[in-house]
Design a protein around this ligand. Sequence first.
Ligand SMILES: Nc1nc2c(c(=O)[nH]1)N[C@H]1C(S)=C(S)[C@@H](COP(=O)(O)OP(=O)(O)OC[C@H]3O[C@@H](n4cnc5c(=O)[nH]c(N)nc54)[C@H](O)[C@@H]3O)O[C@H]1N2
Ligand SMILES: Nc1nc2c(c(=O)[nH]1)N[C@H]1C(S)=C(S)[C@@H](COP(=O)(O)OP(=O)(O)OC[C@H]3O[C@@H](n4cnc5c(=O)[nH]c(N)nc54)[C@H](O)[C@@H]3O)O[C@H]1N2
Ligand code: SF4
Ligand SMILES: [Mo]
Length: 684
Amino acid sequence: MKTATTFAVEHTVSTVCPLDCPDSCSLDVDVQDGRITAIDGSTANPVTDGYICAKVRRFPERLYGVDRLLYPAARKGPKGAGSFKRVSWEEALELVADRMLEARERWGGESILPYSYGGSNGLLTQDTGDAMLFRRIGASRLARTVCAAPTGAANTALYGKMPSVGYEDFPEARLIIVWGANPSTSGIHLVPYIRAAQRRGARLIVVDPRTTPLARQADIHLPVRPGTDLPVALAMHRYLFEEGHADSAFLAAHTRGAERLRERARPWTFERAAAEAGIDAGALRAATEAYAAASPALIRCGWGQERNRNGGSASMAILALPAVAGKFGVRGGGYTMSNSASWGITRSWIGSKEPATRLVNMNQLGRALEGGNPPIKVLFVYNSNAAATTPNQRKVLAGLAREDLFTVVFEQVMTDTARYADVVLPATTFLEGYEIARSYGPISLRLGKPVVEAAGEARSNAEVFGELLQRVGLWQDGDPTGELEEMLDVLARLPEPIATELRDRGAATPPHGGRPIQFGDVWPLTPDRKVDLFPEALDAEAPAGLYGYQPDPATADFPLALVTPASERSISSTLAELPRPEVRLLMHPDDATARGLKDRDAVRVFNTLGEVRCNVTIGTWIRPGTVALPKGLWRKHTANGYTANALCPDTLTDFGGGACFNDARVQVEKVAENRGTEAPRKTI
Ligand SMILES: Nc1nc2c(c(=O)[nH]1)N[C@H]1C(S)=C(S)[C@@H](COP(=O)(O)OP(=O)(O)OC[C@H]3O[C@@H](n4cnc5c(=O)[nH]c(N)nc54)[C@H](O)[C@@H]3O)O[C@H]1N2
Ligand SMILES: Nc1nc2c(c(=O)[nH]1)N[C@H]1C(S)=C(S)[C@@H](COP(=O)(O)OP(=O)(O)OC[C@H]3O[C@@H](n4cnc5c(=O)[nH]c(N)nc54)[C@H](O)[C@@H]3O)O[C@H]1N2
Ligand code: SF4
Ligand SMILES: [Mo]
């Protein structure tokens, strides 16, 4: 709904929010005198339904705020101090190109490491000119694993990333399990559909260590200890197989490997799994019986369960439940996981051949900057705020502080990472350029267009990588020049009718109306079109075998599990530069009492990797033995300049090479009494 403005609106531009959020809202953006005065949801995307989150409403504060980067700059003080002098684009690009060429000459192309993740998360700002530049120069490759790597690997192996149930079909379900997801924060447009299902009598089960808003509304809440979803899901499989609720006809017709899954599930009785997860065995049994009996039954699988040593197998076991229980073939039955693959778009524009240069797992950036052959000499960060979002923050910062490392940060605002740059390049935002936004919750694909002129001298990724290609002498005939050309080039490579629809009306018609019935309209995209319940390759990759449980890493010294869930204040660390209420560690009253802590006491949260100092908030909306800090904090948000990632290990998930943020095990101690400045929190 429109926020009132005191300006007369000159015009309103329709566009789309491409940020790394499942919803891809359609937006109406008001412009006055060439400046954006208000951003709100439109109804062009039916799921947006005219409203958006509070974060993106504040995007003008990022566009025009004090942190916005307006000019290229070169470091003038010590590394990390954040002091820069303005330089021209000409000087900045020349310097970057020279340093890349010099590094290639002296140490080989692999001494250059591009580092990027979501950024504006669309099809134009990533894997376009950047890929051409870094491939052609022979740079080290980056495994983009910080998010969705284990769920992606599980979903690919099981179903070949078959499209999944759209938000609009949630009201059809009679039972919904929300597993490791908190849509009330991380994809808000799903919530009304879940509530609608509940009003129609659907039961709701939530599996989450925290009492999220949906957990409060649930019929059954399983507050599992982080990292224990695997035994919980296997106990559900055991019940389905051993107590006669597996759909043997479906298993025979559409799956492979059911017997192997059954074997691995066999040891996990409800009692044993519940003991491991720290939940009530009766509640687990009740949840499983309800799931087995209901149809349509739907699982919304999130990402909370993937971020630990068992994350791959856990996600696999959860996503396998509808196959074993026979929940497909009806509207509102099956699962919802990332829907980004639903359009069948391959990034054909970058070509299929990647050079076989060194592959660096982005979760281990700190390690990569420590050494290696060749050493990394040029780090080019774009679409990412690595210093804030990557595990083992102390090691990352130590790497960024290396005097012999030349760091380029191509950014919209002066992030914690940009402060470490040798050269800072100012980037446009999605409101100042084109983007093709592909949602991963609902199924939508929309073209975003420039609403206002770029602020200052900010340039798009297309322009900058195009310029650099020319300056390092790797530009080839036919490469697009500039953002508009690149947009048209990518459009031209998209399948029809998608390309024409995007060009003509800014939105493509989703396949099956965005509401596919799994095993009705869409089928597995695995090589033999079957659900592979036991992919051998994953069994070989996982340290304890596929569905093999690796025990909790807690020790007597570090007994508390730390989770870092998505915050309503930012998208990862994007927009976290804006003012926010004081950041607190959330802790259960039992854990607080055991440590003599009262609400708003100042604490140190620590383990062998690092320490975070902040105030504590005490509440029952987290399970005992687990504490939480928000994801996406900047260094300025804590008293000692470290964020949760200073406590997160850079170990990898059982398969997929994913991040183990939620494997952080910590201790908490009081530093000072009641140092808070704000009232106690009542909820998450
Ligand atoms: N407002 C906002 N929205 C976002 C984002 C954001 O930063 N802010 N980030 C976006 C991105 S990049 C992503 S990937 C998605 C993530 O979307 P979600 O997966 O919904 O978000 P998370 O907060 O990472 O995790 C969801 C829940 O998992 C719980 N959890 C933690 N560990 C475990 C566990 O071991 N098992 C189980 N069952 N639950 C666990 C947390 O308590 C949390 O409530 O959200 C996107 N949307
Ligand atoms: N402790 C902990 N850490 C986490 C997580 C967690 O659960 N716990 N979650 C992880 C997850 S799910 C994710 S996805 C990652 C995300 O980690 P990052 O990829 O680092 O995401 P952001 O923090 O959003 O940083 C993206 C940056 O890209 C910039 N940007 C946006 N658009 C453009 C563009 O067009 N061009 C250029 N050059 N720059 C642009 C933005 O200004 C922003 O600073 O964080 C991870 N970090
Ligand atoms: S961040 Fe998500 S909810 Fe907010 S406007 Fe963008 S797509 Fe919509
Ligand atoms: Mo993510």
